[in-house]
Each structure stands twice: as C-alpha cells, then as structure tokens.
Design a protein around this ligand. Sequence first.
Ligand code: NAP
Length: 343
Amino acid sequence: MRELIIIGSGPAGYTAAIYAARANLRPLVIASSVEFGGELMKTTEVENFPGFPEGIMGPDLMTRMQQQAERFGAEILYDDVAALDLTGEVKRVTLGSGDVHEALAVIYATGSAYRKLGLPEESALSGYGVSWCATCDGAFFRKKTVAVIGGGDSALEEATFLTRFADTVYLVHRRDALRASAALQERAFADPKIQFIWNKEVARIYGDEKVTGIGLTDTVDGSETTLDLQGVFVAIGADPRTHLVHGQLDLIPEGTIAVDGRSSRTSRPGVFAAGDVVDPTYKQAATAAGSGVVAALDAEHYLASLPAELIARATGTDAVTDEIEARAREARESEARVAAPTA
Ligand code: NAP
C-alpha cells in the first residue's frame, strides 16, 4: 500500500505529482498506456503557459513536467485504470494489466476526452481521413484539402497548424461567430489558406475506404451542400473523463466532479480531483496545473490527519517514524496558520 496514487498525467496530474513528491509522499502516477501527457501531447506550440516567453511545444512541456515529477521521486506507470474502488479508507486501483495498487489517498486528474460529431461514418473513417489531432496526422495531408469542424480555440489552432501541409483548410462552424480567443481569430482570418464556412453542420462524411468529402446542412435555412476534401479534423470540444467514478463521486450538472468550495475535496474522504475533471469553465493548462497544486496540498493535509500507524503501514515502515511525526506536525501547523484570523 502507498500513501498517494495520482491518476492522470496532464498538467494537473504531473503538477500534483511534483508537489506530492517534494512533500515526500512518493506518489505513484498512473499515466495511461497511450494518452500519457494528456491533451498537450497532441498540440503544437503552447504560447500561454507562464515561463516560456518564446512558447514551447506541447509534448516538450509535458516531458519537462514528467521529468520534474520524477526528479523528486514520483513513480510513473504507463498503464490504464480498469476499475477503481474509492469507497473504503484504503482505495483500490485496478490496472489494465490486472495489477492492483492500494493507497490511502487518490488524486483523480484524468482530463477530458474529445467530443465526436456522432455520425455513423465518423468511427469507420477514423484514421482514414477523420482525425482529432492535427499534430499527429496533419503531415498526411500535404497539398490536400481538409476541413476543421468547430469554432473554439482548438479548432482555430488546428486550422492554423494544418496550413503548414494542406493547400486549403475549411473552417466549418455551426454559427456565424467564433468562440475562440481574439488572438487566434486574428491569426486565422489573416491566413489566406483558411476559408471560413459559416452556419453549417456536418451531416455526412463521404468515402468508402478514405474520406472524399462532407455533406453540410445550413443551420439557418436548412439547405444542403457538399465539399470535396480528403481530411476532416473534429475540434468541437471535450467532455470530462468521469466514467471510472460514476456512482462513487458526486458530479455537478455540467458533468464535472463536485468539489468542496475552492478545494479539491470530492464527496469521498481521501479522494481529490484536479484539472479538467473539475473545471467546466476555464480548462487551461495553467489552471489545470494550479488545480494540481491544490489537490496535492489537500491530499498532504488529509494524510497528515490520519492515524500515524496507518501511514506507517502505507509507507512500509513498521514503526511510526520521525518523518511521519514531523509531517503530521507540519500539516497541523499549516492548518492552524490558515485558520488563524488575519490582523
Ligand atoms: P470549446 O471552447 O468548447 O469549443 C467547441 C466548439 O465546437 C464551439 O465553437 C462549438 O460551437 C463547437 N461545437 C460543439 N459541439 C458541436 C457539434 N456537435 N457540432 C458542431 N460544432 C460543435 O472547445 P475547445 O475549442 O476544444 O476549447 C476547450 C477549452 O480549452 C477552452 O476553454 C479553450 O479556451 C481551451 N483551449 C485553449 C487553447 C489556447 O489557449 N491556446 C487552445 C485550445 C483549447 P458553439 O460555439 O456554437 O458552441
């Protein structure tokens, strides 16, 4: 048994791991077998993460976070969580490999999953012209025509990135106004390779073995048109990945995990949540990182409040060590400082 398991390896999970490892909690991070590093692994240049004035490639940023967590003793497992039991004092995490890990506290930071259009052809043509990741698949569309679906930051970022390869990039949006930030809009409007198609929804994706075109329905007058193209990049947002905790943790109506006030405390003692799974609003890499800090500090305080004998069992020491005593004392003092009225 361990003190802390962190599920997820995006900015929230890795930042929680950095803080928890520095607090000597020796966290185990379950990073996922395929999607380790989270959504930023699929993005290009990140220009708004503090500390990188020239910008940094998403995968580089995540590799740095991972190295920083490992430097302080976080252990990272590249496997998926198959099942979770968060009910008792000891939480049980079952992995895809069948291995079971136990911990006194869990930080749940599994981020969000890309939304699908919901068309029957979408899954069949996934990998054959339909993609959710321009960074991964953009290079297959050199000198081709592609469409990006969506009107938010992701869609505009994908569209701009795809102009490196494709001759024409259609940006298909269901309204006539974008949701994306002004900076991304300005850049996309100035790009001669991007053509905006307003007020259109994708009704069909054509192609037997590979995408050959899309059918569009006008959201204002219902008229139908088609576009010949070879690639469709779906960028219509993402939903929090909460399926593993359904029935175990309370959710809010927006679908994210309910937490107590500004803390990361969920409806179960010893279970903390961070990043996109608790954030229906901001969903930025920097806010996710900040929420990882909150979760690590909350987990640290929770662990310090547990009986020292239990911690000794989790850390594999037979006796209550000086370190455990010191950590508990520190947490009590820090709680007292927070609770103390300011002058
Ligand atoms: P988003 O902001 O939720 O935008 C999703 C877009 O897809 C919206 O324009 C929406 O249309 C459209 N859409 C949703 N469902 C649709 C459907 N079924 N069919 C057609 N269109 C549909 O998602 P996002 O762009 O992925 O961004 C998510 C969060 O990450 C945001 O907070 C964003 O700021 C952040 N982000 C930031 C950056 C950056 O700062 N560089 C980059 C990427 C993402 P409506 O507008 O009509 O609702």
